[in-house]
Design a binder for this molecule. Structure first.
Ligand code: RIB
Ligand code: CA
Length: 313
């Protein structure tokens, strides 16, 4: 099978970093055409710096990295330094990047790349707020039908929210963008908190990263050591939830996940539930299904795959 041609849209973030590393370590299944950075966990100048730090950590300095939107489509930016630290990549002490950003806007890279490939070739993998994706769809409606699929991390149903009682961070930051994407008609696979909260970096799993005795293994162990504080304190979790790597793992082995094809709509009006993914998991409405919403993960299989692939870098 030919590797899947993907664009990773990202707001690194330690978990984004692990998702990017897993993708870069898996050339048989994934060809990363570029990283498009968006404001989210931390402001754009830091997410676009962190994306390059991760590429250099992986020894993949030929990856194209673009800066994209620095704020949501219609709301003030909300960031998550309380989770990811001031730099967005707290934990390991990694050197500043030397590889440059590619000139040009990330949204134009998304548009041009989709136009330059046959319909049904490009997969979009958003790991942060959906601002870049939605802006590209609004600016160039012709590309929407050309997208093969979107595999994103965002939302929650049984788990509720992690930034408000009802909203997950990526969707909450830019609900207008999420609404555009979920109504676009592009096939969507959703990795919600319902799944990512089952992908916890327990101590044995963190020890396995460290036992790789490589720069990447040690850095990932340090990232998840830092990143787990928020969830341990809030949820009493046994470790950091690896939200974004679920997207990459799905591309490599979709059988690690189970879910349902259901209707998912985004709350964009009520401040009380702003950014909620209203998932019709029990199919109690006649709304048309528009997303494959994942509900479960083979966590041991996920971590075995992740650790084996990280060992390659
Ligand atoms: O809610 C978790 C998501 O928000 C993850 O993608 C994390 O990196 C942040 O972007
Ligand atoms: Ca992210």
């Amino acid at each position: 099978m030919q590797p899947q041609k993907i664009i990773i849209d990202t707001d690194p973030g330690q978990d984004d970093a692990v998702a990017i590393l897993l993708a870069l370590a898996s050339p048989e299944e994934i060809e990363v055409l570029g990283l498009t950075c968006v404001a989210g966990n931390v402001p754009l100048d830091l997410t676009s710096k962190n994306a390059r730090i991760v590429c250099e950590l992986a020894g993949k300095t030929n990856v194209k990295v673009f800066a994209g939107c620095d704020r949501p489509m219609g709301r003030d930016l909300v960031t998550a330094e309380h989770v990811h630290g001031k730099t967005g990549l707290d934990g390991p002490n990694l050197p500043d990047p030397t590889m440059p950003l590619i000139p040009g806007h990330a949204v134009d890279f998304i548009i041009d790349t989709i136009r330059d490939h046959a319909p049904g070739v490009i997969t979009l993998c958003p790991l942060g707020p959906l601002t870049n994706i939605a802006t590209a769809f609004e600016k160039a409606p012709d590309i929407v039908k050309r997208v093969k699929k979107i595999v994103l991390m965002g939302g929650g149903y049984f788990e509720g929210g992690n930034i408000t009682p009802t909203a997950e961070f990526n969707i909450y930051v830019d609900p207008q963008a999420a609404d555009i994407v979920f109504k676009s008609g592009v096939p969507i696979v959703v990795m919600p908190l319902d799944v990512t909260h089952k992908a916890l970096v327990t101590k044995p799993r963190n020890d396995a990263f460290r036992a790789l005795s490589t720069r990447v293994g040690t850095a990932v162990a340090q990232m998840t050591d830092f990143f787990e504080r928020f969830d341990k304190e809030k949820y009493g979790s046994e470790g950091a939830p690896l939200h974004d790597p679920c997207v990459t793992a799905y591309l490599i082995n979709p059988d690690l996940f189970t879910g349902r094809h259901i209707n998912v709509e985004i709350e964009t009006q009520s401040e009380l539930t702003m950014g909620m993914t209203v998932a019709d998991w029990w199919r109690v409405t006649d709304r048309t299904p528009n997303a494959t919403f994942m509900g479960d993960i083979d966590a041991d299989g996920f971590f075995a795959l992740l650790t084996e692939r990280l060992a390659r870098l």
